[in-house]
Design a protein around this ligand. Structure first.
Ligand code: ZN
Length: 150
């Protein structure tokens, strides 16, 4: 009887842990119409690390309709987009060594997927964060709010 109880407790803990981990993993899709499939993403403040998976459900190549997923404070978005353009496709349109970039994936083309895992150190529920694609010309449409929820 004692063994059974331990086993039950063990599986209950396992379920609780997986649910928590899933809350810290987000997926977002992009397509050939220069769109993300969501305008808002959020994770609970309990996530010390967040993983964002980016998929591209279109067919176009990354040099034509490439997409990435970049996260920064909203106030840094314009400068990151501009510096990203200068950095070019070889650098995934992300300025290297920029403190403003909280997280960034590589640029992918149709049928591809990628992901980035980042720490939420320094981020808070009071923060004003934006996610966007830094492929030239995309960020005006391909952007949304990223929220930390309490
Ligand atoms: Zn894009």
């Amino acid at each position: 009887m004692r063994l059974l109880k331990t086993l039950l407790l063990g599986s209950a803990l396992f379920v609780a842990n997986s649910a928590l981990a899933n809350d810290c993993e987000l997926t977002i899709d992009s397509n050939d119409n220069m769109r993300f499939d969501t305008k808002e993403m959020s994770v609970p403040a309990s996530c010390s690390e967040v993983t964002v998976k980016l998929t591209h459900s279109g067919n176009l190549a990354k040099n034509v309709m490439g997409h990435n997923w970049v996260l920064s404070e909203a106030s840094d978005m314009q400068s990151v987009v501009q510096q990203g353009m200068s950095a070019g496709l070889d650098n995934d349109y992300v300025p290297s060594g920029s403190d403003a970039v909280i997280a960034a994936t590589e640029v992918i083309g149709g049928g591809e997927s990628t992901s980035v895992t980042f720490s939420t150190d320094g981020m808070s529920a009071d923060g004003n964060y934006k996610f966007y694609c830094t492929f030239p010309g995309h960020s005006a449409i391909m952007q949304g709010e990223f929220k930390i929820t309490n």
